[in-house]
Design a protein around this ligand. Structure first.
Ligand code: GDP
Length: 365
């Protein structure tokens, strides 16, 4: 299962946010594919389509889909040199599939800032630089090895060498690996290098309680947005402290709390959905009278692979995927009406499943 790592300097609110995640979080028993690990929090993906499908189908049970966040504490300046157990933390980052970088955007004189003052851009630069330095070291090691093989006319090495050179140049200019453009074949080689700065990243601006209603007045958030725009990265604004409080409420209380604040969706829910997209994940649904359920697949998966997420037998014996898009089903009002309107397609093994598809798999046993 794919996981997103929460990183950030000390005292920016990572643990508070992670607490909110685990308290709001799903029981791992319901999600057998998820890891049981104190550093892993399972979140259910908020999806209004699931609510609507439940209204339409009236099933006995509704099951949302979930994925994992991993808490990666402890990155500090000098981590790439092994300071403060730095290398260990970088190794943890290597294992995640996307990075959520928490940035302190709240002023609070009682809470020490590691650099002495609140300065989100400088914080981001510290972290990004550590990741870049770690990658630069990996790339340089690889260059010395692959360079020798390329001289001996090793075919793969001759392909990889110029890619490494380009990565090195970018990293030396403080650019992350993800900023370098590669062809799909080159991208495969880059993927094999497991670079930290090749992972997709978003920024989480942690604001104070006073800024939740209108974060646009927070100058730190503005700065983070400007910075992130250069990297085409998304910024999600949360108040970790409030999220921690919300996570203790049940669904109804939560809705009341948010409407009192005049907020439609909690920052954490926004973060969950943005991270899901960042990981390249998407959702299809199964909808029967027993159960309406959301399933996570990787964008680009074909119908048989998606069937395999439910059960490997479904993939092996795959015949057809009876598919209707969410919008078509809602417009028709029921599965029967959608079928009568010719909106239910019979898709074969080459079908690229789309986010929001409602699918009934037909298979041989
Ligand atoms: P970490 O070191 O990044 O894990 O940071 P923590 O989550 O432990 O937070 C450090 C301190 O900042 C704690 O005292 C938190 O209560 C406080 N804190 C975290 N988020 C907020 C926030 O949104 N507003 C305020 N005022 N304090 C916060």
């Amino acid at each position: 299962a794919l996981t997103a790592g929460i990183v950030g300097l000390p005292n920016v609110g990572k643990s508070t946010l992670f607490n909110a995640i685990t308290q709001a979080g799903a029981e791992s028993a319901n999600y057998p594919f998820c890891t049981i690990d104190p550093n892993v929090g399972i979140v259910e993906v908020p999806d209004h389509r699931l609510t609507k499908l439940t209204e339409l189908v009236q099933p006995k049970k509704t099951v949302p889909t979930a994925f994992e966040f991993t808490d990666i504490a402890g990155i500090v300046k000098g981590a790439s040199k092994g300071e403060g157990l730095g290398n260990k933390f970088l190794a943890h980052i290597r294992e995640v599939d996307a990075i959520c970088q928490v940035v302190r955007c709240f002023a609070d004189d009682n809470i020490t800032h590691v650099s002495g003052k609140v300065d989100p851009i400088s914080d981001i630069e510290i972290i990004n630089l550590e990741l870049i330095l770690a990658d630069l070291e990996s790339v340089e090691k690889r260059i010395s090895r692959v360079g020798k093989m390329a001289k001996q006319k090793d075919k793969e090495a001759m392909v990889e060498f110029p890619i490494l050179e380009r990565l090195k140049e970018a990293l030396e200019n403080d650019q992350p690996a993800r900023a370098v453009e590669f062809t799909p074949e080159e991208a495969k080689v880059v993927k094999g290098l497991h670079l930290l700065t090749a992972k997709p990243m978003l920024y989480v601006s942690n604001v104070g309680e006073d800024d939740v209603q209108d974060p646009s007045t927070n100058e730190y958030v503005q700065k983070v947005r400007e910075f992130a725009a250069k990297d085409n990265a998304e910024v999600i604004v949360v108040c970790a402290k409030i999220e921690e409080e919300i996570s203790e409420l049940d669904a109804e209380e939560k809705e009341m709390f948010l409407s009192e604040l005049g907020i439609e969706e909690s920052g954490l829910d926004q973060l969950i959905r943005a991270t899901y997209n960042l990981l390249g994940l998407a959702t299809y649904f199964t909808a029967g009278v027993q159960e309406v359920r959301a399933w996570t697949f990787r964008q680009g998966m074909k119908a048989p692979q998606c069937a395999g997420i439910i059960h490997s037998d479904f993939e092996r014996g795959f015949i057809r995927a009876e598919t209707v898009s969410y919008d078509d089903l809602v417009a028709a009002g029921s599965m029967t009406a959608a079928r009568e309107a010719g909106k239910v397609r019979l898709e074969g093994k080459d079908y690229d499943v789309k986010d929001g598809d409602i699918i009934h798999f037909r298979f041989n046993v």
